[in-house]
Design a protein around this ligand. Structure first.
Ligand SMILES: [Zn+2]
Ligand SMILES: [Zn+2]
Length: 462
């Protein structure tokens, strides 16, 4: 049984993991029933005004339903009890579209808890919609996020303090899963709007954080599993999870980086073959993963990454996970729900916001100006090995964006993949579209006899 089955009538096919989840009609649909001939919800691309209207309505229903799933009084009482009886009020406990715009993340909704002495906490609740992970996986993600935040706080990394948490399947004062945590001050980092002086100050402080993270190695690759315990458990991302007979089937933890990469590639190949991932571009997606599987298994420099000292990485490092004050000082790093350990080279390549995005998406592997500056800052602080990870980080960026990446982005993915091919050869992609087409033809030729690929070609000719 897949993670989710199609909600269309009596169809029992696996639903498509990402694009098959429709928040408008709250259904998960398979590759067949997600087609416009069966599924007539408006799409953003073809009818934006109808989509906006339906999307607002769906969001109101979703958040109203979430807010009615627990007693606000119970949350107030719990928060007040945790602060020795100081009374508090809640913000966002009834649906308010202006508040929701500020308090909504991709997977979470935040209520503000305001105490009488003007101290603020937040209550982080998992959103429940067609895109949400299954309940068992959501609970493990909540526990992992708490474990990660606790670990990082003890390591001196500026993260919100966790005051309380619970998951729905165990006794919970609210009856739902939640994390009550400190509300940090500061605004989300918008790297592009920072002036030069604030950028320098930011990079110096960010380097100090990275240096601290480097002092905390782990023996395995995976996600922290349980609060109060630094043990590493399986990976908890949706695209690495599956289900067998109603039970979660997770991969990891791993004792080597190549085993980890091959396991997540194998999971993708399964999902592609079952039409749970990339149904419109299944042949290309199969070839990309199949090729990388062979490459990673045999490319000897990758075996250097297998040494068992692995490090935590925030897997969503676009920049808005870092809070800063008006002077560019870092006040904290938030949203660690997808954090996992990985090899040193991947954990410490530059965060994505330091890249020159235009050049990166054109297939260039040149370091950006601020990757170079960041490497220099690390060197000035005596961390020459971390500086080297920043300077050599492009291959890791390319792998992170190609394995389970946006292969269905037909405009940009050829450039990203050509960039990866070139990075493996230590060069730039000169003509990415041409490289992609030539590579695709040779990969089709190489793997044409594989049964799973032949099935995909039969149902989706290239
Ligand atoms: Zn729909
Ligand atoms: Zn279906």
């Amino acid at each position: 049984m897949p993670l989710h089955v199609c909600d269309f009538a009596s169809c029992r096919q696996p639903s498509v993991r990402k694009d098959g989840a429709c928040r408008l009609c709250e259904r998960r649909l398979c590759a067949i029933h997600n087609d416009a001939s069966y599924h007539d919800c408006p799409s953003r691309e073809t009818d934006e005004s109808r989509w906006n209207c339906a999307s607002d309505k769906a969001l109101q229903q979703e958040i109203s339903s979430l807010l009615s799933s627990f007693q606000p009084d119970a949350l107030q009482a719990r928060a007040s009890e945790l602060r020795g009886g100081i009374p508090c009020t809640l913000e966002g406990a009834t649906y308010d579209s202006a508040y929701v715009r500020l308090a909504l993340g991709g997977m979470n909704y935040h209520l503000n808890i305001r105490f009488q002495d003007d101290v603020y906490w937040i209550c982080r609740l998992r959103r429940q919609n067609a895109s949400s992970s299954p309940p068992q996986l959501q609970e493990r993600i909540v526990l992992s996020e708490v474990a990660t935040l606790q670990y990082l706080a003890s390591a001196g990394i500026p993260v919100p303090i966790v005051y309380d948490y619970a998951v729905a399947s165990r006794p919970s004062p609210l009856g739902v899963s939640y994390i009550i945590m400190e509300r940090l001050s500061g605004e989300e980092l918008d790297w592009y709007s920072l002036g030069e002086q604030r950028r320098r100050r930011f990079l110096s402080q960010f380097a100090d954080i990275v240096i601290k993270l480097r002092r905390h190695p782990f023996p395995l690759i995976g996600c922290l599993a349980n609060p109060g315990d630094p043990s590493v458990g399986p990976l908890l991302a949706d695209n690495t999870a599956d289900a067998v007979d109603g039970e979660l089937d997770l991969v990891g933890p791993f004792s080597s980086w190549t085993k980890y990469q091959i396991a997540i590639i194998d999971r993708q190949l399964d999902l592609i073959s079952h039409r749970e991932a990339y149904p419109r571009d299944s042949v290309e997606a199969y070839l990309v993963h199949r090729y990388l599987r062979d490459y990673i298994a045999t490319y000897s420099p990758f075996q250097d990454l297998d040494r068992p000292a692995f490090f935590l990485r925030h897997m969503d490092d676009k920049g808005d996970h870092i809070l800063i004050d008006d002077d560019g000082n870092i006040t904290g790093i938030i949203d660690w729900e997808w954090a996992q350990t990985t090899c040193e080279a991947q954990a410490f390549c530059a965060p994505f916001f330091l890249l020159d995005i235009v050049s990166y998406y054109d297939g260039s592997n040149e370091l950006s100006e601020y990757e170079e500056v960041f490497a220099e800052v690390l060197e000035e602080k005596g961390s020459h090995d971390l500086a080297a990870h920043v300077r050599n980080g492009r291959l890791q960026h390319r792998l992170l964006h190609c394995i389970a990446g946006d292969i269905d982005d037909r405009v940009w993915f050829p450039n990203l993949f050509a960039g990866l091919l070139a990075a493996l050869q230590g060069r730039n992609a000169e003509d990415p579209k041409k490289m992609w087409l030539e590579w695709k033809a040779s990969a089709l030729d190489k793997y044409q006899h594989e049964e799973r690929l032949r099935n995909l070609i039969r149902s989706h000719p290239v």
